[in-house]
Design a protein around this ligand. Structure first.
Ligand code: 5GP
Ligand code: MN
Ligand code: MN
Length: 334
């Protein structure tokens, strides 16, 4: 099957093979952590010509600037144009790869590691486990099959990925297997307190004040189906500029908004250009927000999804409202 194919692809790499690791645009902890952790594992296997990159501007969000393996990162513009192998992390479809999408054609071979149920299996070999809590779980399984044990560098990367995608072990995907993996990662000696503070609990004062402003304009409205409501807010490029903040600081905003007791679905619109928004959706369980996002040109998971919205914030939210009824999860069969 695919696991055997992936294993033989990596075991039979020639010593001078050029390997390019890529992940989705606007990379999060799972995208960067699974990619860099796997890269460090490949280095242990003797792969020498290796680059890691992601589409868009090459700045690594500050929360991830302490990750081991960052020295492997190159700007997308400098990445191997025709690698012998491209390995893609945490991307559900080619549309998430921006300008790097051409490497799927120019590379000698391609391997996809992911955990989105909606993954389109766009690689030559696809390791997609929708039950995995993070792509890092899939990456660790492949490293184990290749005989690469964990060291502290690999473990820190995979731990950042695992804690990011499980909301620090709070979400539904947090199975006993997730905690077992976390235990093995921690056993390498990595420091969870330091890592969590850096990744989740540090932001500039300007971002604290920006959050205050953006949360202060949040709106709560009843769901069309008469269920519980929708809570949403928005942040503009002007908001960022006034507080002198970079866009990545807004990634944490949805976590403050989704706390709203009166709402099942939460939404944050982050302006990326005039009339263009990166939209984050979260659900507490009654609604499959990946269906909402898919219908509007994006994707994601049942309880966390996103898409690019065009128009005014009101228009984008109106389109979301229009999809909510169809996305209600039917009760499980008895
Ligand atoms: P976030 O709201 O944290 O940016 O994204 C939550 C999840 O939604 C991500 O894990 C990703 O799977 C998905 N997602 C977010 N934005 C997009 C998008 O523009 N397109 C697609 N296809 N998926 C997205
Ligand atoms: Mn991701
Ligand atoms: Mn992920």
């Amino acid at each position: 099957g695919d696991w055997a194919a992936a294993e033989s692809l990596l075991r039979n790499l020639s010593p001078d093979a050029r390997v390019l690791l890529i992940c989705h645009v606007n990379p999060d902890g799972d995208a960067l952590g699974s990619m860099l952790g796997f890269a460090l594992g490949l280095r242990r296997l003797g792969v020498r010509a290796m680059q890691a990159t992601f589409p868009g501007p090459p700045e690594v969000p500050v929360p991830f600037q302490g990750l081991p393996g960052l020295e492997l990162l190159v700007p997308a513009t400098e990445a191997y144009p025709d690698p012998d192998l491209v390995i893609c992390f945490d991307a559900a479809s080619e549309s998430r790869l921006g300008e790097l999408v051409d490497r799927l054609d120019t590379a000698g071979a391609s391997l996809v590691l992911d955990h989105h149920a909606s993954n389109t299996r766009f690689g030559g070999v696809n390791l997609v486990d929708p039950h995995a809590a993070a792509t890092s779980v899939v990456a660790e399984q492949l490293l184990t099959r290749l005989g690469v044990g964990l060291d502290a560098g690999i473990a820190e990367c995979l731990y950042v990925a695992l804690t990011t995608d499980t909301g620090s072990f709070r979400f539904e995907a947090t199975t006993p297997a997730v905690h077992h993996l976390a235990a093995r990662l921690l056993a390498t000696g990595i420091r969870p307190g330091d890592i969590s503070r850096r990744v989740f609990d540090t932001r500039p004062f300007g971002a604290v004040r920006l959050f205050g402003e953006v949360l202060g304009r949040a709106r709560l409205e009843p769901a069309p189906a008469g269920g519980r409501g929708l809570v949403w807010t928005w942040a503009t490029l002007d908001d960022l500029a006034r507080h002198d903040q970079r866009p990545y600081v807004l990634e944490a905003l949805i976590d403050s908004v989704r706390c709203t007791a009166e709402a099942d679905v939460s939404c944050v619109l982050k302006q990326t250009a005039p009339g263009e928004w990166a939209v984050s959706l979260r659900s507490k369980g009654a609604v499959d927000v990946s269906r909402v996002a898919l219908a509007l040109g994006g994707g994601g998971h049942r309880f966390a999804a996103g898409f690019t919205g065009r128009g005014t914030a009101e228009e984008v939210v109106d389109r979301i409202r229009g999809q909510l009824d169809d996305a209600v999860i039917p009760p499980a069969a008895p």
